[in-house]
Write a protein of this length. Structure first.
Lengths: 241, 284
């Protein structure tokens, strides 16, 4: 029997830090099985948006729901058990732990501990390089490998939605292409993905739909092919070609 | 080699084994919770009184006294965390130091009220071992082996259990932990219990070697913190190695000069290390 997968729905989200408001009335929806992108320039509020969804930043107004779970009132450490996994900005791996130990931290919640071997096999199957690097310290790997490890760590808790924050940040152009290839592979697995990126052109090739965020507001949304073809979007966010 | 010098070096290694436990405990708590338990040696003192009281006053067999003192001090560690440290987690470090320092004086004063200022002896001694004119105290050797077992158990806990790995992870990056479903506040409680248990084990091993009195913490508390800083505060392996180094310095110092002088040498060495390598002797 297939369990009804929940949708992620944000309505009228306002959020910020101190006097600074980062998000103004942001609405967003990710349906089960979809890959959705949030694109926009640096400082548009993309990271804040993901942090609201994983409970790291409490919204000042609006609602965030994942199925019937009210995220705004759930402690962030309870969200992996609900099915939300967040690969944070700059990966935030534990460099002094091995790849396998990083995966163990990702499988900390009781439900995930029971399935550790099964999930580790899944991750090693998805990223065969991680199987080779299993006992290597995470901090000694290349940027692309660390990104694989960070995504693998997030996949250990069998998430229903994967949040990716700037997976291409700080990586060489060739590696960026590899990382988007990984994202494509994950979404082809049928996993629901919400990805935040500055790298607009590349991300529009791997997602179904996207939202354009600028100065804390959603300024455009639509199917990725439409957005990529829209002259206004091309001029403002794609380097105007 | 002079058998007396060899004896001093061996005694220093044995001493280092016992120093290692409170050093590991302090480092664990500091690495995870980011608070220094200034009263750590006084937790050990309470454990030593527990062993002495249960064994000599209540007539319990020694192993039962040990088996009770260890969890008692572990529970004290949790209480210390919940009642004193947790409310001050966001406070400036100086306030946290003053608070755990206050607990130090409370425990000293409490021990004096309950047990008086007498030196209390367990009166347990294993026969010494002899090998080619070198005499080693059987009690010290047994305590050393137990300390190594304790350190080994801690290593296995940190290496192979989910909570242990999370403890090593949280020491590096606490903000990211909730994304993995880890509630840092619960990990702090576990780390405090383990830190307390190490103090409890140290108490059992010191109770058979030293007479307990309310100020016994002063005889190894300062050197414990010194070793922690020397190994790099929060660095478990560095602290472990520095404990043996310090044990040998103290022990050979008292062989060449006398016990008082050996601590002067040890502190002098500490000052030199801190000027030369302020990040700790074994920092990478």
């Amino acid at each position: 029997m297939k369990v009804e997968e929940p949708a992620l729905v944000l309505e009228g989200i306002r959020a910020g830090y101190g006097d600074f408001q980062a998000l103004f009335d942001v609405g967003l929806r990710v349906s089960p099985g979809e890959a959705v992108g949030v694109v926009g320039p640096n400082g548009a509020g993309k990271t804040t948006l993901l942090r609201v969804i994983s409970g790291m930043v409490r919204p000042r107004g609006g609602t965030v729901r994942f199925g019937d779970v009210d995220i705004a009132t759930t402690p962030s450490h309870a969200l992996p058990a609900v099915g939300i996994a967040h690969v944070p900005e700059n990966r935030r791996l534990f460099p002094h732990l091995t790849v396998e130990e990083n995966l163990r931290v990702g499988a900390f919640i009781p439900a995930a501990r029971k399935r550790f071997t099964e999930r580790a096999d899944y991750v090693f199957n998805l990223f065969p390089k991680m199987a080779q690097r299993r006992h290597q310290l995470a901090g000694t790997m290349s940027g692309g490998e660390q990104q694989m490890c960070a995504i693998g760590r997030a996949l250990m808790c069998s998430p229903r939605i994967l949040l990716l924050d700037e997976p291409s940040a700080g990586l060489a152009p060739l590696v960026v292409a590899q990382v988007f290839e990984l994202v494509k592979r994950i979404r082809d697995e049928g996993l629901t993905v919400l990805i935040v990126e500055q790298n607009v052109a590349q991300v529009l090739r791997v997602v179904d739909r996207a939202y354009v965020l600028d100065a804390g507001r959603v300024v455009a949304e639509g199917a990725s092919a439409e957005l990529a073809a829209d002259p206004a979007i091309r001029n403002s966010y794609l380097g105007g070609h | 080699m002079d058998p007396f010098l060899l004896e001093a070096v061996l005694n220093g290694i044995l001493l280092g084994g016992v120093f290692a436990l409170p050093v590991l405990g302090c480092n664990l708590v500091f690495g995870v919770v980011d608070v220094v338990w200034l009263c750590y040696a006084e937790l050990v003192m309470v454990g030593m009184y527990a062993v002495w009281f249960l064994h000599t006053q209540q007539g319990w067999p020694l192993y039962l006294a040990f088996a009770s003192a260890l969890p008692l001090v572990a529970a004290l560690g949790v209480l210390l965390h919940l009642l004193v440290v947790r409310p001050l987690l966001g406070a400036p470090p100086i306030n946290q130091l003053l608070a755990t320092g206050g607990v130090l004086f409370m425990l000293q004063g409490g021990a004096m009220l309950v047990f008086g200022t007498d030196f209390r002896s367990l009166g347990v001694e294993l026969p010494p071992m002899e090998w080619q004119d070198v005499f080693i105290s059987g009690t010290k050797l047994a305590a050393f082996c137990a300390a190594l077992l304790g350190a080994g158990a801690l290593w296995a806990f940190l290496k192979f259990t989910y909570v242990g790995i999370a403890i090593r992870a949280i020491a590096r990056d606490r903000e990211v932990m909730p994304l993995m479903g880890v509630d840092p506040r619960r990990v702090y409680v576990v780390a405090s219990a383990v830190g307390g248990a190490l103090a409890g084990l140290a108490a059992c091993l010191l109770a058979v070697q030293l007479d307990v009195h309310p100020f016994i913490g002063l005889s190894f508390g300062p050197i414990t913190f010194m070793i922690c800083v020397m190994g790099g505060l929060g660095n478990m392996l560095g602290g472990f190695l520095a404990a043996f180094l310090m044990g040998v310095i103290v022990s050979t110092g008292s062989f060449w000069w006398n016990t008082e002088m050996s601590y002067v040498v040890a502190f002098g060495f500490f000052i030199v290390v801190i000027f030369a390598r302020p990040q700790g002797l074994f920092a990478r």
